[in-house]
Write a protein that binds this ligand. Structure first.
Ligand SMILES: Nc1ncnc2c1ncn2[C@@H]1O[C@H](COP(=O)(O)OP(=O)(O)O)[C@@H](O)[C@H]1O
Ligand SMILES: [Mg+2]
Length: 474
């Protein structure tokens, strides 16, 4: 658990990165430093070797070893102090040498000898038991292009090795130290950065299906975590809303079913107990049938809504003219209107091609016309207006009916919503008509809106995208 935490992993990554960077950096430092030190030593011994190889010193190179120290002091000076100098003849036989080479001699490797014969100076490190390592230059002295002598100058690497060791020690101690220190800093920073996440986790744990109204505390709404929490809160709000809707929906369904069932049951009990004549049974069964029809209509509507919700309501699309749809519906609407003493007006306009399912569009508009007639008193009128507005076909169904209060308008498209519950039962509606209108309009890529004033009437506006292929034709 601990090792999987973001805090731990962040710190680990941080530490590894820093360690790698510091190691690379100190290796580079060490190598460069070492190279510089070698360069300095090499330049020192090269200078001495060059001076000794100078032709003017030729006679002095053959002095006896006892006098050689004096030669070095006279011609090279203080630079030669502490240096190991030795002369070899072309065969590698040792000649004069400095005082400090009394007990041992510098060796000459095969490759150094080969280089010398080609006139190339060469450097090497010689380790002689009991002595510090020596950096040695083998410098050839040529005469007529032939090797005559080899000047060997060595310098002790003791102080240089000491310096390098000291640097190494400092690096070996300070790099892990720095990594540790920075990791602690990283751990602290990661903890601080992740603290709001901890808070969110704690408050999210308090949220469950029963408690969807709980919201996350937002420490800083501007930062990434604050935005995350805000998004989560928004999601919660939507979840809560749909949860409430579902609950409300279930309650509505049971309520809507209970009423007709109670009526059915009551009527059947009456029939069983009191009815004797076939006519009495007929009347009761007639009434039963109405209730059953009401329930099955409601079930039909619910099933349709559920299918549409699940995206499983098939649309048999073709290009249709809205004028045509309304022309077809007009007779039915007028029939409805005649029963209620309401007059319907419709003037066809220029073609309004939309892509849609004929049966579904008829259902949509019939629901609206049915409402318009149903909620308009005798002597009122219903007007159907069609128009093209920009790239949309617009259908307006306006009535001079009872209208709706403004507070009802946001809910009229909700399932089971009815402005006046008691009144509507007599009219046979259960409040699913407009929900179906809305979902059908949306399935066709359209919208539906309502404007209304109590006592003045209502206007339902449905828009669809105009069908593009017919646009091209016209
Ligand atoms: N044209 C209208 N005029 C006044 N009120 C309306 C109109 N259309 C719908 N309503 C109100 O909206 C509610 C929902 O309509 P709808 O979903 O069709 O259900 P219903 O089954 O009651 O007709 C209705 O109960 C009614 O109160
Ligand atoms: Mg209706």
């Amino acid at each position: 658990m601990f090792f999987r935490s973001i805090r731990f992993r962040l710190t680990l990554w941080y530490a590894v990165t820093i360690a790698v960077v510091l190691c690379l950096f100190s290796s580079f430092l060490y190598v460069t430093f070492r190279k510089e030190l070698f360069k300095e030593v090499d330049e020192g011994i090269l200078l001495i070797a060059e001076s000794l190889a100078d032709p003017t010193l030729e006679p002095f190179r053959s002095t006896a070893s006892s006098a050689f120290e004096q030669v070095l002091e006279d011609f090279i000076g203080p630079k030669a102090k502490g240096k190991y100098v030795q002369l070899l003849d072309s065969a590698g036989k040792r000649g004069a040498h400095s005082e400090n080479l009394r007990d041992f001699s510098l060796s000459l490797s095969g490759s150094a000898q080969r280089n010398a014969r080609e006139g190339e100076p060469s450097y090497e490190i010689q380790r002689i038991n009991g002595h510090p390592p020596l950096r040695v230059i083998n410098y050839p002295v040529l005469e007529d292009g032939k090797l005559k002598e080899i000047v060997q100058v060595g310098a002790s690497l003791a102080s240089m090795t000491d310096d390098l060791d000291r640097i190494l020690l400092v690096l070996v101690v300070s790099v892990p130290g720095a990594v540790m220190l920075l990791s602690c800093g990283g751990w602290f920073l990661a903890g601080r950065a992740l603290h709001p996440v901890e808070l969110i986790t704690n408050s999210a744990q308090k949220i469950n299906a029963e408690n969807l109204s709980h919201r996350l505390a937002i420490v800083n709404p501007e930062d990434e975590i604050g935005r995350l929490a805000q998004t989560f809160n928004d999601t919660l709000a939507r979840l809560e809303e749909s949860f409430t809707k579902i609950k409300q929906f279930s309650a509505d369904v049971s309520h809507e079913l209970r009423t007709p069932l109670t009526i059915l049951r009551g009527e059947m009990e009456v029939a069983l107990r009191w009815a004797k004549e076939p006519d009495e049974f007929r009347t009761i069964i007639q009434s039963n049938l109405e209730e059953v029809k009401r329930m099955s209509d409601m079930m039909e509507a619910l099933l349709e809504l559920a299918k549409a919700d699940a995206g499983k309501l098939p649309l048999d699309r073709e290009t249709l003219d809205l004028n045509e749809i309304f022309a077809e519906l007009l007779r039915k609407a007028q029939q409805l209107g005649a029963e209620n003493g309401v007059e319907i007006f419709f003037e066809p306009v220029h073609p309004l091609p939309v892509s849609g399912d004929r049966a579904r569009l008829r259902q949509l508009f019939l629901n609206l016309l049915d409402n318009a007639v149903k909620y308009t008193n005798e002597g009122g009128e219903v007007r159907i207006d069609l128009a093209a507005e920009q790239d949309r076909a617009v259908a307006r169904i306006a009535d001079t009916g009872i209208g709706m209060p403004p507070e009802a308008l946001p809910f009229v498209f909700d399932r089971f919503y009815r402005v006046d519950k008691s009144r509507n039962r007599a009219d046979g509606g259960v409040g699913l008509g407009l929900a179906i209108v809305k979902i059908l309009a949306e399935l066709h890529g359209g919208t539906v809106a309502v404007a209304s004033e109590p006592g003045m009437g209502s206007v339902f506006t449905v828009t669809f995208p105009l069908s593009p292929d017919d646009d091209a034709e016209g």
